[in-house]
Design a protein around this ligand. Structure first.
Ligand code: GDP
Ligand code: ZN
Length: 354
């Protein structure tokens, strides 16, 4: 099963490669690890290190589409060293997060079939969070599956099920325990070779234990939990795609874990909630908070309810956000144009036999 098809290289990708009609010596590969500018890939033949073709990716006029974990790429194999990545094929699904500061999309994982929303049947259980995970799973292009873990710690599973039933219509739900093995066989029957699963869920809910229980091996390091706040700690620093012995692939990266930190992401919006509320009380809806009469902000600044420092910070962030937005719009147009250019450059290069 260690062919590239075994890694999920399906018609969707094959067709793209054929259409590009690049060259017979470029072969498909899947990115299974990402370390800065170094990649680990698998091809039909082997696992190898790979680098980007510099002239195609480090192009000053454009932001190239860089490979991320799960990508299918076209590479030129190099028997003596790193393979060279020439092209990233279009993705069928993706998780990305908004870099809230730069207002830029950061892609975390791609080309998964299922999204396992993992939550434990104890104090981690949070309906709002599950709803959010579901929304982003649907948006990602993968199919959501809900996994309720640590059933051995819960004496009242059905009350949890009642709570989530409305939001999870049509979504498979599995109740499992890595400790007792409950539900593991059902889950094993559900996951199939060639499929890729992305794991979503906070730290400590039992994702690593689950992978180990499914595979019957110690693939993932399980972190002992800090009893006081029931948060596990994770030491994985690189991004990886793991293949289980049944042929199913799992993407579990630190980035995916961060994706689960909605609270933190929301933090930026809620940090200035008081100020936004203040502004609602200004007399004029288009108040610039400079010299208008009835300005609630000015009033709050005068009576000390709002500090000048906080107000400055708020204004600064707003300005940066606006600038980033404008910049992104321009970047996006350039990117589109340059991707087309890059492709013809690539085709020319290959025609010349380089
Ligand atoms: P992850 O951070 O989501 O990968 O969670 P881990 O797999 O590292 O597990 C975090 C903690 O929960 C560890 O102490 C595990 O032993 C514990 N744990 C995981 N699965 C279960 C389970 O099914 N039952 C019980 N009781 N504890 C579990
Ligand atoms: Zn005002």
């Amino acid at each position: 099963m260690n062919t590239i098809e075994g890694y999920g290289y399906s018609e969707f990708f094959k067709n793209q490669a054929e259409k590009l009609n690049l060259s017979y010596d470029l072969v498909p590969a899947r990115v299974i690890e990402v370390h800065r500018e170094q990649y680990k890939i698998v091809t039909d033949r082997k696992l190898n290190d790979a680098k980007l073709k510099g002239s195609l990716f480090y192009n000053d006029q454009v932001e190239s589409i860089y490979p991320v974990i799960g990508d299918f790429v076209l590479v030129k194999e190099n028997p003596y060293g790193d393979d060279i990545i020439y092209h990233v094929l279009d993705r069928k699904s993706k998780f990305s997060r908004l870099d809230t500061f730069y207002k830029k999309e950061q892609i975390i994982a791609v080309n998964f079939d299922y999204v396992f929303i993992v939550t434990s049947l104890n104090q981690d259980f949070n309906l709002k969070r599950i709803e959010r995970y579901l929304a982003s799973a649907w948006q990602s292009g993968g199919s959501p599956v809900v996994i309720l873990t640590k059933s051995d710690l819960c004496s009242d599973v059905s009350s949890y099920l009642d709570k989530i039933e409305k939001t999870t219509i049509g979504v498979p739900i599995f109740i499992v325990s890595a400790r007792t093995g409950e539900g593991i066989d059902q889950l094993k029957a559900f996951i199939k070779p060639f499929d890729t699963i992305a794991l979503l869920g906070s730290s400590g809910v039992g994702k690593s234990s689950l992978i180990n229980a499914i595979s019957g091996e110690e693939i993932m390091k399980v972190n002992s939990i800090r009893e006081d706040d029931s948060k596990g700690r994770h030491t994985t620093t690189h991004r990886q795609l793991i293949k289980l012995n049944n042929g199913t692939m799992i993407i579990d990266t630190p980035g995916m874990r961060e994706l689960g930190m909605w609270e933190a992401e929301e933090g930026l919006d809620t940090t200035f909630k008081d100020i936004e509320e203040l502004m609602l009380r200004c007399r004029f809806t288009d108040c610039s908070h400079e010299s208008e009469p009835g300005c609630a902000v000015k009033e709050a600044l005068e009576n000390g309810e709002l500090s000048m420092e906080r107000w400055d910070n708020y204004m600064k962030l707003k300005k940066e956000a606006k600038y980033a937005e404008q910049k992104e719009n321009i970047d996006m147009r350039l990117k589109e144009k340059a991707r087309g250019k890059n492709l013809s450059k690539l085709q020319k290069k290959i025609k010349k036999g380089r």
